[in-house]
Design a protein around this ligand. Structure first.
Ligand code: DGL
Length: 270
């Protein structure tokens, strides 16, 4: 592994504001870390793109984050984690740590829901890749996983935040037969924790809603501790780059971080 120092930033990327749910959890747990966030708003949503397209975007973004000297690159998007994690890992090789948002959740489910019925919602890309099912089945922990794609949800959240207009989409998706009588539901898209309260309300608190944000942040912390790369003394700078300026992203960042955030347009695709 290339020699890194603790003060080097953590690079985080997603198609848009979804990864901010993870970035926020990382800021809470690791306030001294310097963060670089890339929202690929020019290509949002990732969920209905082909795996090949998502791989091409992810490699280009990972390259950019490497140029910014990131010690760790976190793919804060389930769709990209499903389609491109192995490829990005291979591309980055030993030049940085690469993490995805799927493995920490799979381990959490193994530790907490053996012999239980767990539901999952995610984009078409994530659900059709079957990546969660393959990984969970491989654990042989007696977990029954049923998944349902919630195709329009991420775009609607990107556009409307958590306003009422989301309710009818949630009613439609969550009433699907595969998402009943579960012990827990995994929010397998980093946009979904933004509407977590609505999902909790839909299920009337009868099932556990697994919001991966804190689980992922804990894993990032563990990994940095393990590699002696935890930034103990930094001031925690944050840089946000987007590939296309969108109003919703600008509003989203303000909503997540109660401070003045400078949003830089990074013309990765021009
Ligand atoms: N937030 C992303 C995910 O976790 C992508 C959503 C999208 O762009 O479709 O899957």
């Amino acid at each position: 592994m290339t020699k890194h120092t603790a003060s080097q930033p953590i690079g985080i990327f997603d198609s848009g504001i979804g990864g901010l749910t993870v970035a926020k959890a990382i800021v809470n747990q690791l306030p001294n870390e310097n963060l670089i966030y890339f929202g690929d708003t020019a290509h949002l949503p990732y969920g209905d793109k082909s795996a090949a397209a998502i791989q091409a975007y992810s490699i280009k973004i990972a390259h950019m984050l490497l140029q910014q000297k990131c010690k760790l690159i976190l793919i804060a998007c389930n769709s990209a984690s499903a389609a491109a994690y192995e490829l990005v890992k291979e591309y980055i090789a030993s030049k940085a740590i690469v993490m995805n948002v799927i493995d920490p959740v799979v381990h959490f489910v193994r530790d907490n829901y053996a012999h239980k019925h767990v539901g999952l919602i995610g984009t078409k890309q994530t659900v059709n890749s079957n990546v969660y099912k393959k990984k969970i089945d491989a654990l042989n922990a007696g977990i029954t996983l049923t998944s349902h794609p919630t195709n329009l949800l991420a775009s609607a959240i990107e556009e409307f935040g958590n306003r009422d207009v989301i309710d009818s989409l949630l009613n439609e998706y969550l009433s699907h037969p595969s998402l009943q009588q579960m012990d827990a539901l995994v929010l397998a898209c980093t946009h979904y924790p933004i509407v977590k309260d609505k999902i909790i309300h839909y299920y009337q608190n009868k099932i556990a809603i697994i919001d991966p944000s804190d689980i992922i942040a804990r894993n990032v912390k563990k990994r940095l501790e393990h590699d002696h790369l935890l930034n103990q003394n930094g001031v925690g700078t944050k840089h946000f780059y987007i590939s296309d300026y969108t109003e919703s992203f600008a509003n989203g960042t303000k909503l997540f971080f109660n401070e003045d955030i400078s949003l830089e347009h990074y013309p990765l695709w021009e």
